[in-house]
Design a protein around this ligand. Structure first.
Ligand code: GLV
Length: 306
C-alpha cells in the first residue's frame, strides 16, 4: 500500500513526520509514485483532477486543511474524505481572533498616533463584560475560539445550524435566530465553511442587524459574505471595522475597493496554518484506523457540504 502526500508547503517536513508515524508503510511525496494504482491513501491540500483519476484503487482522501470545498468539486473520486479537525490549528485561529478583537475593543489602534505626537491620553475603554463576542460556526474551531474569549471574561454567543446547550455560551440556532445573534454581538467572528447554505449568508440585511460600533472578523471563507454589503456596513452602517483573512475571490483582484478601505484590514489567509506535527499524528491515526477496518473521523458529509 502507498500513502501519497501532496501538502501545500514544507514537503520534506511532512514526509518525515508522516513516515515516522506510519513505520513500515510506503509513504511518498507526490509525484514520486511508481504505480498510481498502488495508491491507497491520499494526504493532500489540493490535487489536479487528472492526477486524482490515476489513483484507480484509492480508498480515502485525508484533507490537509480544515476546509473541504476542494474535495467536493467535480472529478473527485467517490471515496471517504477525512476532514482535518486539529485542536492546534483551532488554537492558532483563536489567537488570531483574540488579537483583532482586542485591537478594536481596547482601542490599540489609537496609541501609535499618540506616541508620534507625544500625547499621553487614555483612549475610551469598553469593559470586557460589555463586549460580547459572537462566533458563526461552532465546531472544533468555533468552540476553541469561544473558549479563548470566555476564559478572559467575554460573554460568548454561538450561532450554528444545530444549536447547543453549554451553560456558559448563549446559543442561537438556524436562520431564524441569526439576526438576534448578530444584534447581540459587538464582535462577529466567522469560522463558517463555504457551503451552499453559507454562500451569501451575510448580506446587507444581516450586516445591518449588528450593533453600532461592532467589528467583523472573517477567518472562515470569503463566500459567506457579500463584499458590497460589507463595504456599505463599514461606510454607512453599524460596522466600525472589519478584518478579512479570507476573501472571495481570493486573492482579491487588483481593482477591488476592499484593498484600500481605511477600516478594513486584510491578511493573506494566515489565521490558522496547518501544523505539521499535530496534523501528521491525526492523519496517521486515521490511516491506522482504516487499515484495521475502523471508521476514520471526522468524515466529510457531502450532503451537508462540510
Ligand atoms: C484553511 O483555510 C483550511 O481550510 O485549513
Amino acid at each position: 500500500m502507498t500513502v501519497v502526500l501532496n501538502p501545500f508547503s514544507r514537503h520534506q517536513e511532512w514526509l518525515k513526520h508522516v513516515s515516522e508515524e506510519l513505520p513500515g508503510e510506503n509513504v511518498v511525496l507526490w509525484p514520486d509514485v511508481d504505480d498510481p494504482s498502488d495508491v491507497q491513501f491520499l494526504v493532500a491540500w489540493l490535487m489536479r483532477r487528472s492526477d486524482l483519476a490515476t489513483f484507480t484503487n484509492l480508498e480515502a482522501i485525508l484533507s490537509l486543511g480544515a476546509g473541504t470545498e476542494q474535495w467536493q468539486k467535480d472529478g473527485t473520486p467517490d471515496v471517504p474524505v477525512v476532514r482535518l479537525a486539529d485542536p492546534e490549528m483551532a488554537s492558532e485561529m483563536a489567537a488570531y481572533a483574540l488579537y483583532w478583537v482586542l485591537h478594536f475593543q481596547r482601542e490599540f489602534s489609537k496609541t501609535p498616533g499618540q506616541q508620534a505626537n507625544k500625547v499621553f491620553q487614555q483612549p475610551p475603554y469598553t469593559q470586557t463584560a460589555q463586549f460580547p463576542v459572537g462566533i458563526l460556526g461552532y465546531g472544533t474551531i468555533g468552540a476553541r475560539v469561544g473558549q479563548a474569549f470566555a476564559d478572559l471574561g467575554y460573554p460568548i454567543n454561538a450561532w450554528s445550524r444545530s444549536g447547543g446547550d453549554s451553560e456558559s455560551v448563549t446559543h442561537y440556532q438556524g436562520l431564524a435566530q441569526l439576526d438576534d445573534f448578530l444584534a447581540n454581538s459587538m464582535a462577529a467572528v466567522n469560522v463558517l465553511p463555504s457551503t451552499e447554505a453559507t454562500t451569501g449568508l451575510l448580506d446587507a440585511k444581516r450586516f445591518a442587524a449588528l450593533p453600532a460600533g461592532s467589528v467583523f472578523v472573517n477567518m472562515g471563507r470569503g463566500t459567506v459574505l457579500d463584499n458590497e454589503a460589507l463595504m456599505e456596513a463599514l461606510d454607512s452602517g453599524p460596522l466600525r471595522a472589519a478584518v478579512l483573512d479570507v476573501t472571495s475571490p481570493e486573492p482579491l483582484p487588483e481593482d477591488s475597493p476592499l484593498w484600500s478601505h481605511p477600516n478594513l484590514h486584510l491578511t493573506p489567509h494566515i489565521a490558522g496554518a496547518t501544523q505539521v506535527s499535530s496534523a501528521s499524528k491525526l492523519v496517521a491515526a486515521n490511516i491506522r484506523r482504516m487499515l484495521s477496518g475502523e471508521e476514520p473521523f471526522p468524515l466529510l458529509d457531502r450532503s451537508r457540504g462540510y
